[in-house]
Design a binder for this molecule. Structure first.
Ligand code: OGA
Ligand code: NI
Length: 329
């Protein structure tokens, strides 16, 4: 006789909550749309990016951050280049050092990856190959999303990030072990590696080593830890995609807590449109003008406003329309 067991309350853990999208599953477009609506965050498996590519880049990245500080600061710069502790120019700090690069592979004569790197060689190749492959996978994901939303043509979103003038960025982050980040010895407090924020672009694609630290914010305001998985990619919906879907997709708030023992290395590809691209709710997703939750802006306008704000600011607020729905929220 079958015994009916009582349902057990499942603790809130990233393991069971975070949607996993299998790119080899032809039906994954529906799960993708749901993940973007419910969390603005998902993990991608069977992604087609070769493990060798990302382990070579990780290796090169670790080598770069192991250089003496004096060498790293030779390639310091803003907005591109090496940075340490300071995030942006408005007072945000974190237990992190990073290297920020223009990831537009088609920019012709423009700065690709840092001409600033002294011995580009293998690092440069690894960066280029990784970006090419991740950009392709990002386009596949965006095309599935477009299909899932019933939008035609399929490249409505992917063309924005594969355009010749796309303003995409590659960011390498290194969070050294932080002894202070031990909750037991630090009065229950964690040290912040990267403060809470949303990513401004269309979508961001993160890969990291196997050290935990990344957390995402749920709709009820609670934070959950994302179990690291060095073989998969984690996608964040960005502010621009939230606007283009008229708020249907959520630009997820996330942060990184420093780890007391292990260092974390992450590489994030921020897929952005061209500077002149107009960002507005897609007309095929709204029935009438009154439903439109955001004013139109160009990516360049939005980017400037992010440069002038703090990490945790709600930068979309200034572009919200005074609709009943917005006023009620
Ligand atoms: C970012 C970010 C997370 C990480 O750089 O925008 O969210 O794990 N990074 O480094
Ligand atoms: Ni981010």
């Amino acid at each position: 006789m079958a015994v009916l067991s009582k349902p057990v309350a499942v603790p809130k853990s990233g393991f069971s909550l975070i949607p996993v999208i299998d790119m080899s599953d032809p039906e994954s477009k529906h799960a993708l749309v749901k993940a973007c609506e419910d969390f603005g965050f998902f993990k991608v498996i069977n992604h087609g990016v070769s493990a060798e590519l990302f382990s070579v880049l990780e290796h090169e990245t670790v080598d770069f951050f192991s250089l003496p500080k004096s060498e790293k600061t030779q390639v310091a710069g803003y907005p591109f280049g090496y940075g340490n502790s300071k995030i942006g120019r408005n007072g945000d700090v974190g237990w992190v050092e990073y290297l920020l690069m223009n990831a537009n592979l088609d920019s012709g004569s423009g700065p690709l990856f840092p001409s600033l790197l002294k011995s580009p060689g293998t690092f440069r190749n690894a960066l280029e190959e990784y970006t090419t492959s991740v950009r392709k996978m990002t386009c596949d994901v965006l095309e599935k999303i477009t299909d899932g939303l019933g939008i035609k043509p399929r490249n409505t979103l992917s063309k924005l990030v594969s355009d010749q003038n796309t303003d995409s960025i590659l960011r390498l982050n290194h969070y050294p072990p932080c002894p202070l980040s031990n909750k037991k010895t630090n009065g229950g407090k964690n040290v912040i590696g990267f403060g809470e924020h949303t990513d401004p672009q269309i979508i961001s694609v993160l890969r990291s080593n196997n050290t935990s630290g990344l957390q995402i914010n749920l709709n009820d305001g609670s934070w959950i830890s994302v179990p690291p998985d060095h073989t998969s990619f984690f996608f964040n919906v960005g502010d621009s995609l939230q606007v283009m879907t008229n708020g249907r997709f959520k630009s997820v708030r996330h942060r990184v807590l420093a780890n007391c023992k292990k260092s974390r290395v992450s590489m994030i590809y921020f897929a952005g449109p061209s500077l002149t691209q107009r960002i507005a709710p897609l007309t095929c997703l709204i029935d009438n003008e009154d439903e439109r939750l955001y004013e139109e802006f160009t990516w360049s306008e939005y980017k400037n406003s992010t440069y002038n704000s703090r990490l945790s600011d709600n930068r979309l607020q200034q572009f919200e329309r005074k609709t009943i729905k917005n006023l009620l929220n």
